[in-house]
Write a protein that binds this ligand. Structure first.
Ligand SMILES: NC(=O)c1ccc[n+]([C@@H]2O[C@H](COP(=O)([O-])OP(=O)(O)OC[C@H]3O[C@@H](n4cnc5c(N)ncnc54)[C@H](OP(=O)(O)O)[C@@H]3O)[C@@H](O)[C@H]2O)c1
Length: 214
């Protein structure tokens, strides 16, 4: 059975996976980019931007692993973009330009139906309005037997954790305090939900914590 995985999910030491006030100017919320400072210098991130070079240390190795063996993704609607409520039109096509870095089917959880959106490079965004189990079923079907990655955001990862459906989760824990935003852990007893820490590995700009089912 393919796994349901959270990979390269960045959190500050106080657990906020996104800063407050997400909007067009602040895709990750205010101060959110501080979470990603482990990722931006890596070869993996630069490759996603079509750029050469980049660091090739532990942070990069962890980031690169996040794209291996993934046959489909699941995202929350807020990670897909800043539009809230009913879609006014089909103008918004994600943060990632004409060729998003997924290259496989991506299932976007939302309460607002929308037709599938085929992008260059093999990414098709499918909008799923019937919940996390339906999204997972469709993602598994589309994944060709490979793993499914829950890309985020915070609410979506929390829903899958609360349902006990995540098999493993790699957190890139940054040594910063955000103080506000969307907290990954608030009110979530991961131990009672059946999870434990498998490993903790220092990288250049983040500590990589691997969480797995007991
Ligand atoms: N730290 C990281 O590594 C990381 C990774 C990825 C993303 N992020 C950040 O996380 C933030 C987004 O996270 P978020 O917690 O605000 O939101 P999110 O999880 O991306 O999306 C939540 C929205 O998705 C829809 N949704 C979720 N579950 C649903 C369900 N069961 N049925 C129907 N619709 C459902 C709802 O939208 P509607 O009701 O409006 O349709 C809900 O408001 C962004 O700032 C993003 O940049 C951080």
């Amino acid at each position: 059975m393919s796994k349901l995985r959270v990979l390269s999910f960045a959190v500050p030491t106080d657990g906020y996976g996104a800063g407050p006030k997400q909007d067009l100017q602040h895709p990750l919320g205010v101060r959110g980019p501080e979470l990603m400072e482990w990722f931006f210098p890596t070869r993996a991130w630069r490759k996603m931007q079509g750029l050469d070079g980049g660091e090739t240390g532990r942070d990069n190795a962890m980031a690169e692993q996040g794209f291996v063996g993934i046959g489909a993704w699941i995202l929350g609607r807020n990670m897909f973009g800043p539009v809230r409520g009913p879609w006014p039109d089909d103008h918004w096509k994600g943060w990632w330009g004409d060729e998003p870095p997924y290259h496989v089917p991506v299932f976007v959880l939302t309460h607002h139906a929308r037709a599938p959106l085929a992008m260059a490079g093999g990414t098709t965004f499918h909008f799923v309005t019937d919940g996390i189990h339906a999204a997972l079923e469709r993602a598994r079907e589309a994944s060709g037997g490979q793993d499914v990655r829950v890309g985020g955001g915070v609410a979506t990862v929390r829903e899958y954790l609360r349902a006990g459906l995540i098999d493993d989760m790699h957190l890139a824990v940054r040594p910063v305090l955000l103080g506000a935003g969307e907290n990954l852990f608030a009110g979530l007893d991961l131990s009672a939900l059946g999870y434990e820490i498998a490993e903790s590995v220092p990288g250049e700009r983040a500590t990589h914590v691997l969480v797995r089912r007991k």
